[in-house]
Design a protein around this ligand. Structure first.
Ligand SMILES: *[C@@H]1O[C@H](CO)[C@@H](O)[C@H](O)[C@H]1NC(C)=O
Ligand SMILES: *[C@@H]1O[C@H](CO)[C@@H](O)[C@H](O)[C@H]1NC(C)=O
Ligand SMILES: *[C@@H]1O[C@H](CO)[C@@H](O)[C@H](O)[C@H]1NC(C)=O
Ligand SMILES: *[C@@H]1O[C@H](CO)[C@@H](O)[C@H](O)[C@H]1NC(C)=O
Ligand SMILES: *[C@@H]1O[C@H](CO)[C@@H](O)[C@H](O)[C@H]1NC(C)=O
Ligand SMILES: *[C@@H]1O[C@H](CO)[C@@H](O)[C@H](O)[C@H]1NC(C)=O
Ligand SMILES: *[C@@H]1O[C@H](CO)[C@@H](O)[C@H](O)[C@H]1NC(C)=O
Ligand SMILES: *[C@@H]1O[C@H](CO)[C@@H](O)[C@H](O)[C@H]1NC(C)=O
Ligand SMILES: *[C@@H]1O[C@H](CO)[C@@H](O)[C@H](O)[C@H]1NC(C)=O
Ligand SMILES: *[C@@H]1O[C@H](CO)[C@@H](O)[C@H](O)[C@H]1NC(C)=O
Ligand SMILES: *[C@@H]1O[C@H](CO)[C@@H](O)[C@H](O)[C@H]1NC(C)=O
Ligand SMILES: *[C@@H]1O[C@H](CO)[C@@H](O)[C@H](O)[C@H]1NC(C)=O
Length: 466
């Protein structure tokens, strides 16, 4: 039982080549040394999930998020630590060097042996959440490949090589699940069963594109807050792979692959809120999580990337939370799959949409649930809020949270206007696959303290900007 990942076992294949600067060399190198593969670290046990669909079993005996003694209702905003304001940052050296070519400072740089292991509740709960995400991706990618025929994939513009790429992404998840399991130890969450709001290849791709968005952003939100920087290192190297998956699924969705300058990070409870509805059940002794489940937000005119005029839609998603596209009511003439250049959205390296999916000034109609609904594995988690009366829509993208007032608030419905705001000059903040929350306040938060928004959140969704 590995409590931490040892990198020492990584084999080095040394090719002993005569070292001489003398030419001539031949262009076809000849391997002269044979090497048996070094020990290969085994991967976690993966069983193919065979059942999919909504949970139908008995009510769960254990419900609600994991919790312990709670010492305060919220975390107050405090002034910055003074030392962070003192380094001169003038390009000169201000500390002795611990070794040649080695600047003073840094964390984990003084030669102590790395320990690839979680060291706090914060670490455990964060990495366990990431593991739940890796598990669903592993199943989801396999499931889609098995669920749809080669003909259905071909009709959506995805050929055998594209499908192999999806298969390879599933294999990557085996590695990610293994690394995270090793860092968590023997009570690490295991694979569950799932339900996917997907009935066509296009819906599958769009769901993947959105699910990997919160998978990626969920980790960006906490990785720099981890106590264990060694754990953060491994996690970083897995999440950058996930980031590529997200981009590739956008390409498969016929979207511009990366219409932003910065990828957003989100709080753990947001990632869990968006993930949990698609987990049907987990084994009896599954390790539970501490994170909050916010109520579902539905974007009633959520832009539909499968349409030529993607913003000309009403109630065309497969449900709240992910708000992924539905293809059920798109006629051939409205579909952008085989449309002309500028309107075409077949899989491609990059696409220009002449009719944007969304735009500043767009009226966005919203409807959200009240708290108190059961959700997640075995319906054993319960949605909750501590926010008061809903007053704002929070557009969370790139480095920014932009609030727009809710208008015509009527029970659990309202509309708002998509803001015209830039992260930096030339970089419109609201673009790509972003997060939209209903809040009771326009609290100022920045990327490193975004979690402070949670007590003010009423409901949460993915918004398809572009
Ligand atoms: C799981 O399914 C894949 C095909 O999707 C197959 O290659 C693999 O052998 C299966 N694994 C198990 C443990 O059944
Ligand atoms: C978040 O950080 C910003 C500075 O980046 C600060 O002005 C703001 O007050 C902080 N918000 C909260 C709620 O702590
Ligand atoms: C090494 O650095 C860590 C912080 O990164 C510190 O806690 C520890 O005391 C240092 N050890 C030595 C031997 O300096
Ligand atoms: C697009 O074209 C492909 C190949 O010609 C075809 O199989 C598919 O049905 C078409 N789809 C739409 C929505 O027109
Ligand atoms: C959970 O239960 C299964 C089956 O009873 C068992 O194999 C596994 O070791 C248990 N896991 C934990 C963390 O107790
Ligand atoms: C979003 O990005 C795409 C691709 O760069 C661009 O064509 C579009 O104008 C952008 N939308 C907004 C609202 O900035
Ligand atoms: C969840 O449901 C599954 C399937 O009905 C069952 O096997 C499992 O024991 C349940 N888990 C919990 C924690 O109740
Ligand atoms: C696309 O749909 C929007 C919203 O219905 C409409 O305002 C716009 O004129 C349409 N654009 C085109 C080019 O048809
Ligand atoms: C949206 O469509 C669903 C069925 O797909 C329906 O149950 C719901 O009432 C509709 N909502 C609105 C606001 O039209
Ligand atoms: C399908 O689209 C037509 C118009 O193209 C509309 O009248 C109808 O209400 C839509 N049906 C559903 C279920 O959304
Ligand atoms: C793509 O769109 C951008 C603006 O969004 C425009 O500047 C560029 O000319 C377009 N390129 C093509 C080939 O359509
Ligand atoms: C977005 O965030 C960046 C970086 O913190 C900041 O400089 C910029 O002013 C913000 N933009 C808006 C419109 O608030």
């Amino acid at each position: 039982m590995a409590h931490f990942v040892s990198l020492a076992s990584v084999g080095v294949l040394a090719l002993v080549v005569p070292h001489s600067l003398a030419v001539p060399f031949v262009s076809e190198a000849e391997t002269t040394v044979r090497s048996n593969a070094a020990t290969t670290a085994s991967v976690v046990a993966v069983t193919n999930v065979t059942s999919h669909g909504a949970y139908t079993g008995p009510p769960a005996t254990t419900t609600g998020a994991l919790s312990t003694e709670v010492t305060a209702l919220t975390i107050p905003a405090r002034p910055p630590e003074q030392y962070k304001l003192q380094y001169p940052a003038d390009g000169q050296l201000h500390q002795p060097q611990p070794a040649p070519y080695t600047p003073g400072g840094g964390l984990g740089t003084n030669g102590t042996e790395p320990v690839y292991r979680v060291v706090s509740d914060f670490d455990y709960e964060s990495v366990a959440l990431a593991l739940y995400q890796e598990w669903i991706e592993l199943d989801l990618f396999h499931w889609g490949l098995a669920r749809f025929s080669a003909e259905e994939f071909e009709a959506a513009g995805l050929n055998a090589e594209d499908r192999f790429l999806i298969q390879f992404m599933a294999n990557q998840e085996v590695g990610h699940a293994t690394a995270l399991t090793n860092m968590l130890g023997r009570n690490a969450p295991v694979q569950c069963t799932y339900n996917y709001p997907v009935t066509s290849v296009r819906e599958f791709i769009d769901f993947n594109q959105k699910l990997t968005r919160w998978g990626e952003s969920g980790v960006y939100g906490f990785i720099n807050h981890l106590d264990s920087r060694e754990t953060a290192q491994i996690l970083l190297q897995s999440i950058t792979t996930e980031a590529r998956q997200q981009l590739i699924f956008r390409q498969f969705d016929g979207l511009f692959p990366m219409p932003v300058w910065f990828e957003i990070g989100i709080p753990q409870s947001w990632a869990w809120t968006l993930l949990a509805p698609y987990i049907s059940s987990c084994p009896a002794n599954q390790t539970r999580l501490i994170w909050q489940n916010f109520p579902s937000l539905r974007v009633l005119n959520q832009p539909n990337p499968a349409r030529i005029n993607g913003s000309d839609v009403w109630n065309e998603t497969t449900g709240g939370y992910a708000n992924t596209l539905s293809t059920r009511n798109i006629s051939r003439s409205e579909s952008c799959l085989n449309a002309t250049t500028g309107q075409n959205c077949a899989p491609a390296i990059s696409r220009n949409r002449t009719i944007p999916l969304s735009y500043p000034g767009r009226q966005v109609f919203l409807e959200w649930d009240s708290p108190g609904k059961t959700v997640g594995p075995n319906n054993s988690y319960v949605t909750s809020v501590s926010a008061g009366y809903p007053r704002y829509a929070a557009w969370v993208s790139q480095l920014n949270v932009t609030y727009t007032p809710l208008q015509d608030v009527n029970g659990n419905t309202a509309y708002t206007i998509q803001p015209n705001t830039s992260t930096y000059e030339g970089d419109p903040a609201v673009n790509g696959t972003i997060f939209l929350a209903i809040t009771d306040d326009d609290l100022f938060v920045t990327p490193f303290n975004l979690t402070q928004i949670n007590p003010h959140v009423n409901a949460l969704a993915i918004y398809q900007a572009g």
